[in-house]
Design a protein around this ligand. Structure first.
Ligand code: CA
Length: 243
């Protein structure tokens, strides 16, 4: 990386929520290097926590060493997958562990976004919130092929089933996209504990009301998700790009 990051402000928070005993979410923020990663782990005992921590740290470390772009991102996701997969193979207690991953790498004029699973990335631009990632989940796929409506998906008992994960197989296929950013764009990375409790409209309202205060927006999103039930671990990372 070149060192002069286009990240002008950032904030991040993770919280257990109101129901779960532990927190299997993990995040990394390296603003100087323009690196932001959110992971949502799964697996028995402490496996979910280990998977998300390992994947987030590995991906961030790989991104910190490479140039901007999709190739670095692909390598980061691949290495994170290998680390978690090998760890699960070495230790029987870790069997079945895995994690989602969503990452943003900020370059000089563009961002590179990657994801596996149902953690999401949104872009807030000109008062409009746009989701940049499509969940790798059973319900999202049912919606895409027209077999399920958003409303049915919201109530489905299969909401938790993700169709791609980091660490559960020897190989992984991430979705990676490179997009030019504009001054003042805000990117949101979130685990499903945030996006299931707060609708896109609710997230938009918070971003609009918080103005440019990302720390305040983060706190309001967390409080809002907990007020709506806090049924899962909640992670929210916000960053603004300016050249
Ligand atoms: Ca979750």
């Amino acid at each position: 990386m070149t060192g002069h990051s286009a990240v002008s402000e950032y904030a991040g928070v993770t919280d257990r929520g109101r129901v779960r005993r532990g927190n299997e979410d993990a995040f990394v923020m390296l603003p100087e290097e323009g690196i932001f990663v959110v992971c949502d782990g799964m697996g028995g005992a402490a496996a979910g926590e280990i998977a998300s921590r390992l994947a987030a740290d590995t991906a961030a470390a790989v991104l910190a060493q490479g140039p901007f772009g999709a190739d670095s991102m692909r390598e980061a996701v691949y290495r994170a997958n290998t680390e978690v997969y090998e760890r699960a193979r070495r230790d029987r207690r870790m069997e079945g562990m895995g994690t989602t991953l969503v990452a943003v790498l900020v370059g000089e004029s563009a961002v590179c976004v990657a994801h596996v699973g149902d953690s999401r990335c949104y872009r807030w631009r000109g008062g409009v919130l746009q989701r940049l990632t499509q969940d790798h989940s059973l319900v999202e796929e049912q919606i895409r092929i027209g077999r399920m409506t958003r409303e049915q998906a919201r109530r489905s008992p299969m909401q938790n089933v993700i169709t791609r994960a980091i660490g559960t197989r020897a190989d992984v296929v991430p979705d990676i996209e490179e997009l030019p950013f504009e001054d003042g764009d805000v990117f949101l990375l979130a685990s499903d504990g945030l996006t299931r409790e707060l609708s896109d409209a609710a997230l938009s309202a918070i971003l609009a009301s918080a103005g440019n205060q990302l720390e305040a927006a983060c706190a309001r999103m967390l409080a809002g998700a907990n007020a709506a039930g806090g049924r899962d671990n909640i992670t929210c990372v916000l960053l603004r790009t300016d050249r």
